[in-house]
Design a protein around this ligand. Structure first.
Ligand code: FNR
Length: 396
């Protein structure tokens, strides 16, 4: 796989592990099963429990695909650890016993500022894939940001998603295909388009595991985005070769002008870490910025997203909405990000693990847990509504 290979991964790996013959997965499962008994894993009470449950239930290479990061995983770890280093500093006796978590994103009211990040290949995690995720997000009354590599078509997800949904686009190199895709996204009722600009994953574990979509899923994916010339009659090598050249991997800023010329839907840019890039995005009229390093899956050594958030908020000066993702594992992390000026946070791995562990019920549960933890964090810091959250709640 080249660093720019999009969207899935391992274009040079032809075969996917068969769960039935994966001995290491079996022994992993045994080990975790005994751990499960000790920690009563049938009732996950936090994101980490869902991670352990996913590890015990999922096929090894697929679990690794979700969980691991790029190269030495410095950025992956730092995303999480940067939150741990930050301290909450609650004022006392504020007389708050419950909190209203609702907010607005791009003028749409949602029940909590915790959104579901675009995550590819969800049919590998659970047979219902993104359809299960869409239903769980709708039940939580929050935004599902759907990856263009999610494994179901724009329309299939839209039918399952009765709640607000955004579409994250990896750009087909064929601009006619790209244009049609955007038109379908608009028609299907997606309320925003996220352009992910930090392209290409580079993960040792996926190369070691030879993780790749099975041919049938890759064919469906390519056809779903509009490459209808790809068929099941083609060999696996032919499909992989087609995929390797199907995506725009050298985007530049003028792409946003083109996109703006074909759609009126609000646009977000995902993958921003630098002030100058944020300023450029604002100057182009982009509606929202997602501060992100792709969950530490792309270029190792980049800073933790939460550490760059204050810079971006300062540069944007309220001219666009600012979101962040990377390393959110607890309700207190959500509070910290909002205290530093994020309008909302996106979570990736937490719900991917939950989907792998227990399908729609898992995603519902992990969202409910994060919600409860965040409400507890608000009440404990004397915040009865989102607007009460501010920087004074953090130790500087
Ligand atoms: C991702 N991410 C991602 N981002 C994107 O823009 N398009 C995509 O298709 C994917 N696919 C994907 C697959 C998997 C398995 C993961 C874990 C992540 C990145 C994602 O949107 C988000 O930036 C990170 O997941 C946030 O970090 P946490 O919450 O996983 O720590």
């Amino acid at each position: 796989m080249g660093a720019g290979t999009l969207p899935l991964l391992g274009a040079d790996a032809a075969d996917t592990d068969d769960p039935a013959t994966d001995e290491s997965a079996k022994s992993d499962k045994k080990a975790t099963a005994s751990a499960e008994t000790k920690t009563n894993m049938s009732e996950p009470v936090n994101v980490a429990d869902f991670q352990r449950l996913a590890e015990s239930r999922m096929q090894h290479a697929t679990y690794n695909y979700i969980t691991t990061g790029s190269a030495d995983e410095i950025t992956l770890r730092d995303n999480v650890e940067a939150f741990r280093r930050m301290k909450v500093f609650p004022p006392l006796l504020k007389g708050v016993s419950k909190a209203d978590l609702s907010t607005t994103v791009l003028n749409r009211r949602i029940d909590m500022p915790i959104l579901l990040a675009p995550v590819a290949a969800q049919r590998m995690f659970h047979p219902e894939g993104a359809l299960a995720t869409a239903r769980a997000a709708a039940a939580a009354k929050t935004v599902f940001a759907v990856s263009s590599s999610v494994g179901h078509s724009v329309e299939e997800v839209a039918r399952a998603a009765t709640g607000p949904k955004w579409f994250q686009i990896y750009v087909p190199k064929d601009r006619a295909v790209a244009r049609q895709l955007v038109e379908r996204v608009d028609q299907a009722g997606y309320e925003a388009i996220i352009v992910t600009v930090d392209l290409g994953e580079w993960k040792d574990a996926d190369r070691r595991d030879r993780f790749a979509l099975p041919k049938e899923m890759l064919v469906k994916h390519l056809r779903d985005v509009g490459y209808t010339q790809v068929t099941n009659e083609m060999s696996n090598e032919e499909v992989q070769a087609f995929n390797a050249q199907a995506w725009e991997i050298s985007l530049s800023w003028d792409f946003f002008d083109w996109l703006r010329s074909i759609t009126k839907t609000p646009l977000l840019i995902k993958g921003v870490l630098r002030k100058d890039d944020a300023e450029k995005a604002v100057s182009l009229g982009i509606d929202g910025i997602v501060v992100s390093n792709h969950g530490g899956r792309r270029l190792d050594g980049m800073p933790a997203s939460i550490e760059m958030l204050p810079d971006i908020v300062e540069a944007v000066k309220g001219r666009a909405e600012v979101y962040m993702d990377g390393g959110i594992r607890r309700g207190t992390d959500v509070l910290k990000a909002l205290a530093l000026g994020a309008r909302g946070v996106l979570v990736g791995r937490p719900y991917a693990w939950a989907l792998g562990a227990d399908g729609e019920a898992g995603v519902r549960k992990v969202l409910a847990l994060l919600r409860e933890e965040f409400e507890n964090a608000m009440v404990s810091t004397g915040c009865s509504k989102i607007a009460d959250i501010n920087r004074s709640l953090l130790m500087s």
